[in-house]
Write a protein that binds this ligand. Structure first.
Ligand SMILES: [Zn+2]
Length: 291
């Protein structure tokens, strides 16, 4: 199966009532664990690299590894630049073989967001690259550990949520394939119990007419995920939960292991830990068995 356009993956998810998991993969171990999980579960998957993570792994170094993983996979895979904010990052990702771009213009005023997103879509369409845009703002509070600079109190600000009427116009004017919407999710670790505005999500999904993307998938209940999928979410971004869980396991293993510990043994265990967590996510998002 290997390379499939993200637009196609998400349309199938919308039709069949599941969400395609989108994992941030910042090194080879994560990529291997996630692809192994997808093949084991027969799940379509999106591997992504966020511009905010370029400081850990340069795009130029990880792109060829991601492209190879996509081309070799036995299940449908798409690779996405996550939260592309700068024009050079977006152009470079397409040039290096990414077949999907999440262009994040959410920090700009509405008209500016429309203009910048449309510009990206115009180029992407010519190259068969899918584009996800963001309207409204999914917050990134400082204490949540997701490289955020937002004040923690920002998570209460419902004025940042996506406006359903504006969503319809935004999709029409920009030509995006998928819309990242704000309806109560948060990037990083949730500082308090999440409350999702599912009524708004249902409205956005109806007016937007394209698959909806949920950012901030770490810390929601299975019920939250299922209800969101039922209301039109077809792609869920997930990273923080996995990054923490895998490290907790690694810490435990190091404490328990009194013998000599070689890096390669540690590495192979970590790949399996990523795989295990990703498989659980695929079952929760109902993408298992859909490839
Ligand atoms: Zn995000």
């Amino acid at each position: 199966m290997s390379k499939v356009s993200m637009g196609e993956l998400l349309r199938d998810a919308s039709r069949r009532g599941y969400a395609v998991p989108c994992f941030n993969a910042i090194n080879l171990d994560m990529i291997r664990g996630i692809i192994q999980a997808a093949e084991e579960e027969r799940s379509p998957v999106i591997l992504c690299h966020a511009e905010i993570h370029f400081k850990y792994t340069p795009l130029e170094q990880i792109a060829p590894v991601m492209v190879d993983a996509m081309n070799q996979a036995k299940v449908p895979v798409s690779i996405l630049l996550d939260h592309g904010k700068s024009f050079p990052a977006v152009m470079k990702a397409m040039h290096l073989g990414f077949n999907a771009i999440m262009f994040d213009g959410s920090e700009y005023a509405y008209e500016d967001n429309v203009r910048r997103t449309s510009e990206v879509v115009k180029i992407a369409k010519a190259l068969d690259v899918s584009v996800e845009g963001e309207l409204g703002y999914v917050t990134r509070p400082k204490s949540g550990g997701a490289e955020g600079e937002d004040d923690d109190s920002i998570t209460d600000d419902t004025t940042l949520y996506t406006d359903p009427e504006q969503a319809s116009e935004f999709v029409e004017r920009t030509g995006i394939d998928a819309l990242a919407a704000a309806f109560g999710t948060v990037h990083g670790v949730y500082l308090k119990k999440p409350v999702l505005d599912l009524k708004r999500l249902a409205q956005i999904s109806r007016t937007a007419g394209v698959p909806i993307v949920m950012h901030g998938g770490s810390g929601l209940s299975d019920e939250d995920f299922h209800r969101s999928i039922d209301q039109g979410v077809a792609k869920i971004n997930y990273y923080t939960g996995m990054a923490l869980k895998v490290m907790d396991k690694a810490k435990e293993r190091m404490i328990q292991n009194e013998k000599k510990l070689f890096y390669h043994d540690f590495m192979m265990n970590v790949i399996l830990d990523f795989q295990e967590d990703a498989q659980g996510i695929m079952r929760t998002f109902r993408s298992s068995g859909k490839a």
